[in-house]
Design a protein around this ligand. Structure first.
Ligand SMILES: Cc1ncc(COP(=O)(O)O)c(C=O)c1O
Length: 412
């Protein structure tokens, strides 16, 4: 046996049982299971042993594979989903698709960093209400919020639920899809991400596919992709498709340190990309199981309506089932219910940032505006929570959840 085989065997032995593929509901319903195994460890180790650890071949390969998986022309990897949102919006500004002072619609229920970069880039966030059936942006509320200054929208596919895109394209708005929690979500058979001008994904540990921390931007627009490549890496020209032309136009500057825009350093590492490439091989099967869970759990909990409301897949859509959100009905004490679930080892969390206009951070966005009342975002804020979903869960977890909810509601 060569030394390499010995190490591979040792890794396989140490990672036995990982990734967790079948979690036992007797242990409760956690938010996430350990989602990686020997293949990811081996891939990361290979990168370390190669000694080429900073952004390079693995990142380029993962970008191409991820873009193909999303049916997009280009992928640009960064170090988080939040960075992806920041860089994508900055690319839209850099390329003149949005300009400082433009109003950008954003659902009031979203992740914090779906909202913050809009203001950080000098754009004006306008928070609009959500659709009560999907928890995603309401097209009617968005339409009502539009002014002559409205130029863009950040559409958030909340917790895996596809949000409307085409109605915003029809309104002539520049659309950024925040698909950070929705890889593989589909609208009429087409994956989300590249239906708008740009789309973003998060590869944080608890997501469908993880690089531990990480994120990706996808787009069909070569100019936006090039801008994103500069903006994530110091503003320089490396990795751009037009790097040769830019270098030729600036012959007096060494092209290795040729800066063309005011960027950040939000680069991923080769370890993260190598890890992600192994994860991608697992993703389709894992998404199928998450979707089955979502459908099965919605059916199991339907008799509990209206005391417990869940959010089934909409016709013509595929839910990416990041987590399983619920709203308690009037008269049901959400905090007491959450405590009862946690006591049965069913982990809970708020529905993302819930109504972001009610977060203390909102005061630090002086230009941001709330359009109209937000009754549906308030309902999520006051009555919503989610439990985890995972490829490693199944009908037994749905039964556990159903039993724990019934026990609480029936006062057993
Ligand atoms: C909709 C949405 N956008 C952005 C993010 C941020 O991603 P990250 O945690 O990788 O920065 C998240 C994180 O869960 C999210 O759900």
């Amino acid at each position: 046996m060569s030394q390499g085989e010995g190490i591979a065997d040792w890794i396989a032995e140490r990672m036995k049982g990982f990734p967790v593929e079948a979690h036992d509901p007797a242990e409760g319903l956690p938010l996430q299971v350990v989602p990686y195994g020997a293949a990811e460890v081996q891939a990361a180790l290979e990168v370390l042993l190669s000694t080429w650890v900073t952004m390079g071949r693995e990142v380029r390969a993962f970008e191409a594979e991820w873009a193909a998986w999303c049916d997009a022309q280009a992928g640009v990897m960064v170090n988080s989903g939040s960075s992806a949102n920041l860089v994508a919006l900055a690319a839209l500004v850099h390329c003149g698709r949005l300009s400082p002072g433009d109003e950008v619609l954003v659902p009031a229920v979203a992740w914090s960093t779906s909202l913050f970069p809009i203001a950080q880039l000098g754009l004006v966030p306008v928070l609009v209400d959500i659709d009560p059936d999907t928890l995603c942006v309401s097209v009617e509320a968005a339409r009502a919020a539009m002014t002559p200054k409205t130029r863009g929208v950040v559409v958030v596919h909340l917790l895996g639920q596809p949000a409307p895109i085409q109605p915003f394209l029809d309104l002539g708005l520049t659309v950024l899809e925040d698909a950070c929690a929705a890889p593989g979500a589909e609208i009429h058979g087409r994956r989300v991400g590249a239906q708008g001008a740009m789309g973003t994904f998060s590869f944080f540990f608890s997501h469908h596919l993880t690089t531990i921390e990480g994120g990706m931007i996808v787009t069909d627009d070569a100019e936006l992709a090039d801008a994103a490549r500069s903006l994530r890496a110091h503003g320089w020209v490396r990795e751009r498709s037009d790097a040769d032309a830019l270098a030729a136009a600036n012959p007096e500057i060494d092209r290795r340190f040729l800066f063309v825009t005011a960027g950040w350093n939000l680069r991923p590492t080769e370890l993260a990309a190598a890890f992600g490439r192994q994860q991608l091989k697992r993703l389709d099967a894992w998404l199928d199981q998450r979707q089955r869970n979502h459908q099965g759990w919605c059916a199991a909990l339907a008799p509990l309506s209206p005391r417990i409301r869940c959010f089934p897949e909409q016709p013509g859509q595929r839910h990416a089932a990041m987590a399983f959100p619920m709203l308690v009905g009037p008269g049901v004490d959400r905090e007491a219910l959450k405590a009862a679930l946690e006591a049965r080892r069913i982990a809970t969390r708020p529905i993302s940032g819930s109504n972001l206009a009610r977060q203390p951070a909102f005061e630090h966005l002086p230009t941001a505006r709330v359009a109209g009342p937000l009754p549906n975002a308030d309902a999520v804020h006051e009555r919503g929570f989610f439990v985890g979903n995972s490829h490693a869960f199944g009908p037994g977890h749905g039964a556990l959840l159903q039993d724990a909810l019934k026990e609480f509601l029936d006062g057993r």
